[in-house]
Design a protein. Structure first.
Length: 67
């Protein structure tokens, strides 16, 4: 069984009535912020892993190699 456009519209309308537009907007902002923070931390961890966890001089050398 698949959901059609009418069923999806009905469910969204009920959610809008129950929760309200302000809370839906706030939840959307919060979700967006969470996704952005996750991506930032993920890319930071990936960069740190590529640069190495050891000696600070080793990190500097790796940074110079990347440029």
């Amino acid at each position: 069984m698949t959901l059609g456009a009418l069923e999806i519209l009905l469910v969204l309308s009920i959610v809008l009535l129950l929760i309200g537009p302000r809370r839906i907007a706030a939840m959307g902002r919060s979700l967006g912020r969470g996704i952005r923070d996750f991506k930032t931390e993920f890319s930071r961890d990936k960069r740190d892993a590529e640069l190495g966890d050891g000696d600070p001089e080793e990190r500097e050398n790796n940074l110079r190699k990347k440029q």
